[in-house]
Design a protein around this ligand. Structure first.
Ligand code: GDP
Ligand code: MG
Length: 680
């Protein structure tokens, strides 16, 4: 069962290899060593991998982090070898099924593991110099082999206290931080290495491990150099977990000593020596099966299994999620088999038109909560922008009192009238109504822009990218069709304004009555006059209604014109000047008439305001929006479907072809992965 699980994960990893080296779809643990310098960290890792390839020795040898990815790869001839987990036996000769690759030398396969070691030394010196300097920039090495379990090991510089060589003063702090950055990750399994010939209580490795993993749920203790312990001393008390307890306990191992390294002792014979040592040692003999590198490997497997079991549901979920994502994209890209060109054009046009309609109706399947779109934006144009633009029109911004007075006189013709003339009112109102035209036309343009915006929005969807030339043509036809609609729309809108201008409906039920206007004005005028009190009763005297202001000579309308004239010129009776304007102090009646006219203008103006605010959007709706909605499909079919260039229209985008292939591979891979996971 457990074997099955690990094989499953290896298969999964294989299946998902298409995701590229950066993929960490499966969050396998990283096994990280931590311990003092020369405690034997590199030696332990190397024994676990089962190949000689790490620089080892006295003094500071590991000076950059080495991230070692082991990748289980079935041999070319399929043997059941791959079932072996972390091997403890070396495969000696160079083998075409096993090689290493460095990230910094892409595409070079190292079949000779001695060469790998030389490259690590060379690359370490490249970043740190020869003189004991360190660097936190990792070296990345991948080892492909049928004899390894897919997992990541990290070799780190040992903890030191006193700077030597080129090392900086704060070497201790720097190394500590580097180590912490690796072992803090929750998926880091910590191999806390302590040489058995040193005091466990002084172990830097244990101290740091405890800092990041106080519960000890991912720390395993490793005691090296058992062979170097003084005669008569042993680690039995530690192994019994009575000294510094660790949840996963301690495993004693014996690596090759410096002499063995110098004499090129093989891992195989080193492991034999180790087994022999524990089996014959009087202190360890009885528990020899819990000692040595093979047992350490077994313990690690157990921890790995645990981790895999814990993460499998998550892996499953991620696979399903990715599968859905790629299936969706694949569906959007459309089937690889092209239908006939006419079918493609037909269905693309239909799809475009459906999208257009549903966006206008606010039924698009991507109705956004972040911004207004489509129909809602048009509604905003109507009810906010346009309606406020119309409201902002001022009925008097182009009419001054003096103009009113002039028109009053003009419209009464040659005989001064005694009442407010409708003619004057109409002249003035018409002049103002013209002003509704500009905002109304602007409203049409704004809606046009919105429709073009919708076009862009639709065409930017992935399904339209497939046929670039068809997409472009749809865009062109749509825009020129819309442009043509501008003419009748603008015509209707200007006609609306012209209609208002053509006939001033003084009988409009909402228009203020002349008499009402009159009484409002006269009331206002009285209020502004100081109230006189009856000296006898103390009550306000009845207001004298139309006391004429003191006439000063030739007062009244033409007073100014004649004011400066001397008698002689008056007598000469010159012709009126080219431009003759009403001027001079207004009589009370004139003031009154002007005010009444203004009141009427205001009342009528707001009636027109309401009508225009109501009718312009309706016109735009009819002539531009609804028309385009119902007719665009016909237009597109006429212009595109019957064209003899159907074949050119449906030339597929290179990117689409490429991407479809990628997605297909992804979907297949993920389906496969999903089946593998399901089998657990
Ligand atoms: P690191 O600095 O922790 O990576 O330690 P290395 O693996 O480079 O080993 C440091 C030195 O200790 C080397 O000379 C090894 O040969 C030696 N060494 C490591 N483990 C053992 C062991 O179990 N027994 C003996 N005799 N020597 C060992
Ligand atoms: Mg080392």
């Amino acid at each position: 069962m457990d074997q099955h699980l690990i094989n499953t994960v290896n298969k999964l990893q294989d299946a998902l290899a298409t995701f590229g080296p950066a993929s960490n779809t499966i969050d396998l643990p990283q096994i990280t060593v931590v311990g003092s310098q020369s405690s034997g960290k590199s030696s332990v890792l190397e024994n676990i991998v089962g190949r000689d390839f790490l620089p080892r020795g006295t003094g500071i040898v590991t000076r950059r982090p080495l991230i070692l990815q082991l990748i289980n790869r079935r041999p070319t001839k399929d043997t059941s070898d791959s079932e072996q987990l972390i091997p403890t036996e070396q495969v000696n000769e160079n083998n075409k099924d096993e090689w290493g690759e460095f990230l910094h030398i892409p595409n070079k396969k190292f079949y000779d593991f001695n060469e790998i070691r030389n490259e690590i030394v060379k690359e370490t010196e490249a970043k740190t110099g020869k003189n004991a300097g360190i660097s936190s920039v990792p070296i990345n090495l991948r080892i492909y082999s049928p004899h390894v379990l897919t997992l990541t090991l990290v070799d780190l510089p040992g903890l030191t206290k006193v700077p030597v060589g080129d090392q900086p003063k704060d070497i201790e702090k720097q190394i500590k931080e580097m180590v912490l950055s690796f072992i803090t990750k929750p998926n880091a399994i910590i191999l806390s290495v302590t040489a058995a010939n040193t005091d466990l209580a002084n172990s830097d490795g244990l101290m740091l491990a405890r800092e990041v993993d106080p519960e000890g749920t991912r720390t395993i203790g490793v005691l090296t150099k058992i062979d170097l312990m003084d005669q008569g001393t042993d680690v039995i008390e530690i192994l019994a977990n009575r000294v510094i307890p660790l949840r996963y306990g301690y495993v004693p191992v014996i690596n090759r000593g410096q002499k063995d390294i110098n004499s090129n002792k093989s891992i195989k014979s080193a492991l034999e020596y180790e087994r022999h040592f524990f089996e014959t040692h009087e202190a360890y003999r009885s528990k020899a099966q819990f000692c040595g590198t093979p047992y350490l490997a077994k313990r690690l497997n157990g921890i790995l299994l645990n981790h895999i079991k814990l993460t499998l549901p998550d892996i499953k979920a991620r696979i399903e999620k990715n599968l859905k994502k790629y299936q969706k994209e694949l569906a959007e890209l459309g089937p690889a088999e092209l239908g006939s060109p006419s079918n493609v054009v037909l269905s693309t046009i239909t799809e475009f038109c459906n999208e257009y309609r549903s966006i206008l109706e606010g039924k698009g399947n991507d109705v956004s909560s972040l911004e207004l779109s489509g129909g809602a934006r048009i509604s905003f144009v109507f009810h906010e922008i346009f309606s406020n633009g119309i409201k902002a029109l001022d009925p008097f911004d182009q009419i001054k009192d003096v103009d009113i007075r002039t028109i009053l006189y003009n419209s009464s013709g040659s005989s001064p009238s005694l009442f407010v003339g409708t003619a004057a009112f109409e002249v003035l109102v018409k002049k103002q109504i013209k002003r509704f035209e500009e905002p109304s036309l602007k409203c049409v343009t704004l809606v046009y822009d919105e429709l073009v915006r919708i076009l862009t929005q639709i065409l930017s969807k992935p399904q339209f990218n497939r046929y670039p030339s068809l997409k472009e043509s749809i865009g062109h036809v749509f825009i020129s069709f819309l442009r043509n609609l501008l003419l009748p729309t603008n015509k209707l809108v200007t006609d609306l304004v012209s209609m208002e201008e053509a006939y001033i409906n003084t009988a409009h039920p909402d228009l203020i009555k002349g008499s009402t206007a009159m009484s409002i004005v006269s009331e206002k005028m009285q209020m502004s006059r100081p109230v006189q009190l009856d000296p006898k009763t103390g009550k306000p005297l009845p207001q004298q209604h139309s006391t004429p202001p003191p006439e000063s000579g030739n007062g009244g309308f033409f007073s100014n014109f004649f004011a400066s004239k001397n008698k002689k010129r008056l007598a000469a009776m010159e012709a009126p000047p080219a431009v003759l304007k009403a001027s001079g102090q207004m009589t009370e009646r004139e003031t009154m008439e002007t005010e009444v006219i203004k009141l009427l203008i205001q009342s009528y103006f707001s009636i027109v305001q309401r009508t225009i605010t109501d009718l312009v959007p309706k016109s735009v709706m009819l002539k531009l929006i609804l028309f385009s909605k119902t007719e665009i499909q016909k237009e597109l079919l006429e212009k595109l479907y019957q064209s003899d260039s159907l074949n050119d229209l449906v030339k597929e985008n290179e990117f689409t072809i490429q991407r479809r292939k990628e997605c297909q591979t992804m979907v297949e891979t993920l389906r496969h992965a999903s089946e593998i996971v399901a089998s657990v």
